[in-house]
Design a protein around this ligand. Structure first.
Ligand SMILES: [Zn+2]
Length: 96
């Protein structure tokens, strides 16, 4: 179960990020070529978190930079987008 789920996610992520050029949240440029800890590393973020019943299907994934992926945490996409629009400067500095 866990193994199948992981493979499904990896495949969906690969398809998603093949064409993704910008973060869905902060619109910064993202790339899969960057080191794993780079803030602009391309990641596939779950729209509905797995913990809340979200799937690993590509329909539930959106391209996001590593920074947004980590900052979003358990917030909904809507809540996070609202937060971003109110504090873009603080976000860019990483000083929330
Ligand atoms: Zn971002």
């Amino acid at each position: 179960m866990t193994v199948q789920r992981g493979r499904r996610y990896r495949e969906a992520r690969e398809v998603l990020l093949r064409t993704a050029t910008h973060c869905s949240y902060c619109t910064c440029e993202i790339s899969t070529e960057l080191p794993p800890t780079h803030p602009q590393k391309a990641t596939a973020d779950h729209i509905i978190p797995v913990a809340e019943g979200g799937t690993d299907d590509i329909e539930n994934l959106i391209p996001a930079c590593l920074l947004c992926n980590e900052k979003r945490g358990t917030l909904s996409v809507e809540a996070f987008t609202r937060l971003l629009s109110h504090d873009v400067e603080g976000f860019a500095d990483g000083n929330w």
